[in-house]
Ligand binder design. Sequence first.
Ligand code: CS2
Length: 398
Amino acid sequence: MGRIVHFGLGNFARAHLLDYTSDAGGWDVIGVSLRSTSARDGLAPQHFNYTLNVQGKGLKSIQVLVDILVASEGPEAILGAMHCADIISATVTEKGYHLGADNKLDLRDPAIISDLNGNPLQTLIGFIAHHLAARCSPVTILSCDNRVENGTRLQQAVASFAQAAGLKINWDNVRFPNAMVDRITPATTDAIRVSSADPMAVPTEAFREWVLEDNFAAPRPNWPDVQFVQDVRPHELRKLRILNGAHSFLAYAGLAQGYSYVHEAIADPYMRRRTKQLMMEAGATLPSDMRDQVPDYANALLVRFGNVELAHRLDQIAMDGSQKLPYRFLETLRAGRGPIVAEAVRSWMEFCRVQTDQGRALNDPKALDIARAVRSKNPKIALLEVIGGADLAALILG
Ligand code: CS2
């Protein structure tokens, strides 16, 4: 039996990595929650089994999870579990990597400083660096978060942490494959809990996709339907700039129009036209061998976004904009012009202004910087500075 230790037990991991691993068979997963005890408290009474409510396909019982450890209750058990793992994977969302706008580990981040100061570990980066410094056998570290070159960036962050902490890592034994992950997975609602007869059920769409760099140090599950490639980057760019870019545009522009869900915003003819235009602008920045696929990819996304039953909330997507905009919009703009992509950045600015003016704290790790920027003399430039986009001021602000 192979073993994965997975950091971040949110709905996405439970609908993606754990679903694929359940299909593969022969592997189990120990989950790690960095802070919250809610996944452990909810799943422990049901032996860590849960129901995937796959829209249009029915209920599927997932039984690969064997335990969940919570970092805030003591890191030793987690470091111990990591020693027996062939794969250490993560879905800790963009902010869980503690990277600055330059994509490098932010050594001024309070959680990173705390880990460097020898306090009980609280970050993915700290755990991996300490683990690798003590590890002799081969291991694969697998990032499954939305970031361009997610594996490479994670490795760089772990290397900077190790250097700052004076830890020595033998890099020969470890691989950090890059990955493109895709499955739209909204938050669980009471209706889903009831219809699945499971308080921990996870709703998801039938579609799922995983493109992985074929770069493993140790055995891996025989995951079905995974595309193994030498270079994931074109796949990542396609998904992050088109799907996630369109999602963020729909979120900021859609909330401003009074919509609550993705399917509502995409049903509005004006929003639909602009979203499709954004997809085409983003598609034009992709490597040439990907560009032919863009119209089909965009049309398929419009169908996925129109899925009424999925009830995907726009405010869920609007969260953590400071972490998402750089790869969803800014890199697209640097790679080519894009009037709707520029408009999407302006929608985020307007969202930040309205939330701040109404006295609502943003759900974003940079919430304080954003509020300060909104109240500054030149709010638009200050907001671009928060997300590392000041170089694009002329293009975005016109
Ligand atoms: C969404 C993603 O919340 C968001 O920011 O854009 O979670 C999106 O649903 C997934 O990346 C789809 O694979």
